[in-house]
Write a protein that binds this ligand. Structure first.
Ligand code: PRP
Ligand code: URA
Length: 214
């Protein structure tokens, strides 16, 4: 499930990620375990998505003498969870980048049409000047990710990345076609979508498993 390669797509198949994701997939895994594992994996994915961030020199004094340190360049980045399930990735990412801002995009997938329907949007005023990392555990048809990124681009955001846990090849292809400038990080790219737009084997409904709603 990790032998997937496509331009602009990084599959984070670190053993810790694959191990934790496998436990999340199992249908007997409890809500508590699922939530804890999602938070842990999100920290590991955050480490990967920030790997290439540019640094700038920072002249400083240690207790022993002067040196030049290095700091991440530019404004604080913005994590953008797609509600609801994207919320499960935010705390783990903030553990690693506590100064990041958070924007929220509320979208649900119409169960009949599978189209994304927006019900909420709130972002920092200067979001256009920042790198936005859009996060959602599932990239299925790609409709939700595309709608969230469309919304951010309409607010002037130009520097975007997308992070998910499980992707379907169909969603990856659609997202990359709609937004070729937005690189994607995923813990796994699975086999395919079923007739209801669920990822197979996937992990089921991420929002329901995270919040215990079904
Ligand atoms: C799920 C998931 C994604 C979306 C993926 O959300 O968290 O946002 O489906 O599917 P897509 O790629 O086909 O758009 P859902 O709509 O179930 O809402 P929820 O997070 O509130 O449960
Ligand atoms: N949304 C989910 O939560 N899971 C899927 O498999 C597809 C969409």
């Amino acid at each position: 499930m990790t032998a997937f390669a496509a331009d602009g797509v990084t599959v984070v198949d670190h053993p810790l990620v694959t191990h934790k994701l496998s436990i999340m997939r199992a249908k007997e895994t409890s809500t508590v375990q699922f939530r804890t594992l999602l938070r842990e994996i999100s920290t590991l994915l955050c480490y990967e998505v920030t790997r290439e961030l540019p640094l700038e020199d920072w002249p400083l004094e240690t207790p022993v003498g002067p040196t030049t340190g290095r700091k991440i360049e530019g404004k604080k980045l913005v994590f953008v969870p797609i509600l609801r399930a994207g919320l499960g990735l935010v705390e783990g990412m903030l553990d690693l980048v506590p100064s990041a801002r958070v924007a929220h995009v509320g979208l649900y997938r119409d169960p009949e049409t599978l189209e994304a329907v927006e019900y909420y949007f709130r972002a920092p005023e200067d979001v256009a000047d920042r790198l936005c990392v859009v996060v959602d555990p599932m990239l299925a048809t790609g409709g939700s990710a595309i709608a969230a990124i469309d919304r951010l681009k309409a607010r002037g955001v130009r520097d975007l990345r997308f992070v998910c846990l499980v992707a379907a090849p169909e969603g990856v292809a659609r997202l990359r076609a709609a937004h070729p400038d937005v690189p994607v990080w995923a813990a796994a790219v699975d086999g395919h979508l079923n007739d209801h737009g669920y990822i197979v084997p996937g992990l089921g409904d991420a929002g329901d498993r995270l919040f215990g709603t079904r």
